[in-house]
Design a protein around this ligand. Sequence first.
Ligand SMILES: [Fe+2]
Length: 377
Amino acid sequence: MSPIAIHTQTSIDEPVRTIKLKGAAVDDQEEVARNTLPGPLKYSGSLDGYTHFEVTPSIGREFGKDLQLSQILKAPNSDDLIRDLAVLISRRGVCFFRAQDVSQDEMMELQKRISTSAGQPKESNMCIHPVSENVGEMGAKTQLISAEAQRKGGGIMRLHDDVSRWATRAYHSDVSFEKVPADYSMLKINVLPPTGGDTQWVNCYDILDKMSPSMLEYFKTLKAEHNANFFHQEAANHGRTISKTMVRGNPLNVGDDLSARHPLIRTNPVTGWNALYYSYGFGGRIQGVTYDEHLFLREYLMSLAQLCMNNFDCSVRFRWEAGSVAIWDNRSTLHSATFDYKEERNGDRASSIGELPYLSREGISKSEGLRAEGKQW
Ligand SMILES: [Fe+2]
């Protein structure tokens, strides 16, 4: 077990009874969920010949249609190209690709190869969502994204609730409620409304630079619960139940308790940079503090309004076209859909399960990393 596994409470409303923090800086991970990279990866420049631009200084790179993901898979140097793709996605948070002809099977192959090149533990595989992928353990294809299914089930916005109408409530990192959550996700939009349905991403590396060093050091000592047990109601809305036995992409991801406790500050193994790992969508009880302190800290952090949404320099908004693909790193970004349309919108998504989240003693901030490299972004 990880030294900072502080399983000390049974419900998000219950105060922590005992505190066993042993220091948050840990390098060791459970064997079945350990990233295999010996250290951060370096970008070799193999993708520089394709048309591209940085969407903002903080986050996002967009490639032109001269880069076809289907061709990257078949290129003689595809291993180099895919490893560089992983590095770029992890550094820029999200990469966008226009007018792609990549098929569902090719998306699955590419997603697996990106994750493998980024040190995916050998026990991890493609992500199986506990609600929206009612498939056998070996049968997962890409997940169909459907506006109709979202409306019927409620989705992460819990549209049937009368709790909040803040769109920021839906900011999340994919399946962060799993013990071993997603590393990368890929979405291709096939059908979209004439306007609306944009997706937004927030760069969680850069949020750390919004904190004072002393506050950041404190947050490095904490873990937080990520909880999606509201998905039981979502499954019921679809007439289903959540399987107690299906393994969802790693042997540790099994059972119908959709909650996990992760370090609040997490190191990305590909870049070696630290990022805030907490979201309004799934973020629950902050561990190791009293309930009142949890409320204050959550308000500070996840009023995401204060640290993400109020800092426009940390976010990017993507306007989809039919055939657009986005690939993002869930370890260091949050994303949220925009539900401002009524027409049909659907696409294919492929996510992969990565490593057990950890905070490395060697982890540095993105700004420190870029300074050391003499780079601007
Ligand atoms: Fe998502």
